[in-house]
Design a protein around this ligand. Structure first.
Ligand SMILES: *[C@@H]1O[C@H](CO)[C@@H](O)[C@H](O)[C@H]1NC(C)=O
Length: 736
């Protein structure tokens, strides 16, 4: 259901619609495929079945704190705290890892070969780059650079008792800076680039950052707001290969390039000053649903705990693996992933969302994208990217039509049946055949070697999960975690092919469901215990920076000294100990007659309607019904208008027509009934909005989740009107 228009621009630029992925195989392939597809399953269908289903992955556990239904990872009796003895902080872990893997490839970056600009038909200029092979540094070499930077930043004049901030795109120097600061026990503040200028000013001021590390392309913007950054004294910028930003004076700051700082440290080293496990490693700013971003205080202990836990759940991580790093490092998901890679001696190749595939926007025609050159074995993704890959493949198949389409459909359906468990074909020869004649080409889209994908950030639809499993041929580990739990809460296991769940608790934490009586979710519910998801363990962070009040609201320490974080998510535990997130506390509204309405649940049902691209359901305690704002699918609505003979000037006018509203209302009533919604859960009134909700407009997050507060503020008048247009007759809640 991903709405293409609502894609963040970097996501759009993946542009996988243009991939060339499948040659016509001709009749021979089809005949062979059908014969093999029918015969083999019959031969082999007695083997293999059902082994992985029913495997217990999480078990109930007795814990302290508030009463609830608590579960731990089935494989670990005690919580995991460190990956190995002595790795109590990221500084220790990194040094030990570098010693162990001294001569292995560590960080790789592509060299810029050439660059030019292409002008599109509407006159806009696009930069295109030609990038070369990856150039690698070993763990030993990277360690030397980290040591140099750790010394250099102090020689440059950074006061060791103040904080450093990193505000830059993901690249190897980002990680080197981070590790360098860790070696001197310097706390690093991270700010997500898309949070905007106000958020940046707020975060830097709140944490009193004195040294800011950034991309050279951000210097200009920083200079413009320099009067609002009173705490900043030093700037260190990452050089671009193609231009040298002038150092020297910039907003009265002392400025140096990254390599100048490395040189300073190399020439006059300073002894490291290792942190303790409870020291704050990172203050990570994340967007709140309202107002200014919050800084989450992440300790060294939190990072090593999540790292240790993830290592136990992904099989055979090691020096044979190659990881493509391209998501923002200021996001907890990527920082956790790269920590795992460093701990296991894996080669990390850096890329960017704009250069990911051969047809990505910034890649010069005829040259290679990051995946094609790196051929990673491990990849992280957010659901929006996987949805996009799926759409790209499907539309390409449609376009080709004929034999290609038929063959793809046979193959896909056979594999889907196998994955869903009605056949054994999941691992047999049949799989090999389909992979060879159909899916191999699709796999090249991601380099052809992916063996495991990590997915997080938002729930992944079951359809997309199956699609990626089958077409890319790799299991997906879905993670559930928040910045407040340094990502580490739950993680689905590689051999679990069920969909819609986030796996058992990671071995670094317990997950407890706590009844929420008011909202109607109880741990005594049948068939599964339900309640608010509360995470307790070594990955639970120290709270919000300079915000004790908010910290006390959502963090608690139990009688055993274990920290718990109240997530505000509602979950249920399956009998095998896997968690499923089913709702969000904030999204539940008490209606006039005391019934609870789950906005998220209703939205999930309504978004299955083909007219609906985006939807926000709204309700309040003064009414007995809900209303909805809907961005209709332009294609579906225009198709309907054509068939119904409705005339209109443009799309906004079509959206404003009563006929259109009625048509969509009817359609959502149908899906609501099919989705077993109660009467009060079906929007009584809707308004169609022609403009898509995009991350740029601030109405949805980068992962395309709606931002309720922002939408409510923007469409305040519309919502008021929708609610007031209805009158309710006294007792029964019947809408007139
Ligand atoms: C920085 O924070 C202080 C309070 O700690 C506040 O008084 C000041 O206005 C802030 N400055 C900016 C530029 O936001």
């Amino acid at each position: 259901m991903a709405n293409q228009n609502a894609m963040p621009s970097w996501l759009k630029s993946l542009n996988i619609n243009n991939i060339y992925f499948m040659k016509d195989h001709g009749e021979y392939g089809v005949v062979a495929a059908i014969v093999i597809g029918i015969l083999l399953p019959i031969l082999f269908s007695t083997l293999f079945l059902g082994k992985r289903r029913g495997k217990v992955r999480g078990v109930p556990v007795k814990v302290g704190g508030e009463a609830g239904y608590a579960v731990r990872n089935a494989r670990k009796k005690e919580l995991v705290e460190v990956p190995w003895k002595g790795a109590t902080t990221m500084a220790h872990l990194f040094e030990q890892s570098c010693k162990k893997y001294t001569n292995n490839q560590c960080l790789g970056t592509r060299k810029l070969i050439g660059k030019d600009f292409v002008t599109s038909s509407d006159g806009r200029k696009f930069e295109k780059v030609h990038l070369g092979e990856y150039e690698w540094e070993t763990y030993g070499q990277v360690f030397a650079r980290v040591c140099n930077f750790a010394s250099g930043i102090l020689r440059f004049g950074h006061n060791i008792d103040s904080r450093v901030a990193i505000f830059a795109d993901t690249r190897s120097e980002w990680l080197i800076s981070l590790q360098g600061c860790f070696r001197q026990s310097i706390t690093v503040v991270t700010i997500y680039a898309t949070l905007g200028e106000d958020a940046l000013i707020h975060s830097l001021n709140e944490t009193q950052v004195s040294t800011l590390i950034c991309d050279s392309k951000k210097l200009k913007m920083l200079d413009a707001i320099s009067s609002k950054l009173p705490s900043i004294q030093n700037i260190i910028y990452f050089e671009d290969e193609d231009k040298d930003a002038s150092s020297g004076s910039l907003g009265n700051w002392k400025t140096a390039s990254f390599s100048e700082v490395e040189k300073l440290g190399k020439e006059s080293p300073i002894e490291p000053s290792f942190p303790s496990k409870d020291a704050i490693a990172v203050v990570m700013y994340t967007s709140g649903s309202t107002g200014l971003p919050k800084g989450v205080m992440i300790t060294h202990g939190n990072i090593v705990a999540t790292t240790a836990a993830v290592i136990t759940v992904i099989p055979n991580l090691g020096t044979k693996d190659v990881y493509l790093a391209y998501l923002p490092l200021a996001h907890v998901f990527e920082m956790a992933a790269e920590s795992v890679m460093l701990a296991t001696g894996i080669a990390i190749g850096y890329g960017s969302p704009l250069t990911l595939t051969d047809t990505s926007n910034k890649i010069k025609k005829g040259t290679k994208g990051d995946v094609s050159v790196l051929k990673p074995t491990l990849l992280t993704a957010v659901p929006a990217i996987l949805d996009r890959i799926r759409e790209g493949v499907v539309s390409k198949v449609e376009e080709k039509g004929g034999i290609v389409k038929n063959l793809f459909q046979i193959a896909y359906n056979r594999r889907l049946a196998a994955v869903k468990g009605s056949w054994l074909g999941a691992w047999g020869i049949e799989k090999l055949v389909w992979d060879t004649i159909v899916f191999k080409k699709i796999r090249l889209l991601l380099g052809g070697r992916i063996r495991f994908m990590l997915c997080g950030g938002a729930p992944l639809s079951g359809d997309s999960q199956h699609f990626i499993n089958i077409c890319i041929g790799a299991p997906i580990g879905q993670g559930y975690g928040l910045t407040e739990t340094f990502a580490g809460a739950a993680f689905s296991e590689w051999d679990d092919d069920s969909v819609g769940r986030v796996g058992p608790p990671l071995p670094c934490a317990y997950i407890k469901l706590v009844s929420w009586e008011e909202g109607g979710y109880k741990t005594s519910d049948k068939p599964m215990p339900r309640g608010e998801v509360v995470v307790g363990g070594f990955s639970v962070t120290g709270g919000y920076f300079k915000n004790q009040e908010k910290t006390n609201e959502v963090y608690k320490v139990d009688e055993n000294g274990l920290r718990w974080f109240y997530t505000g998510d509602i979950g249920q535990f399956h009998p095998d100990g896997c968690l499923e997130i089913i709702d969000r506390k904030k999204d539940i509204v008490k209606l006039q007659h005391g019934e609870y309405l789950s906005l998220g649940k209703v939205e999930a049902v309504l978004s299955t309607c083909n007219y609906v691209d985006s939807v926000m359901v709204h309700a309040d305690p003064f009414h007995n019904y809900c209303v909805a704002l809907i961005v209709p699918s332009r294609k579906s609505l225009e198709n309907w208008a054509q068939q119904a003979g409705t005339e209109y000037k443009d799309f906004p006018e079509l959206c404003s027509k009563t006929e259109s509203t009625n048509e969509v209302l009817q359609a959502i009533n149908k899906v609501a009934k099919a989705g077993k919604l109660q009467k009060s859960e079906i929007p009584a009134k809707i308004k169609l909005l022609p403009d898509p909700w995009t991350p740029e407009s601030g109405l949805v997050t980068a992962a395309l989740k709606i931002k309720r507060e922002q939408l409510k503020a923007k469409f305040k008048d519309d919502l008021k009107k929708l609610l007031s247009l209805l009158r309710v007759n006294g007792g029964g809640g019947t809408i007139l």
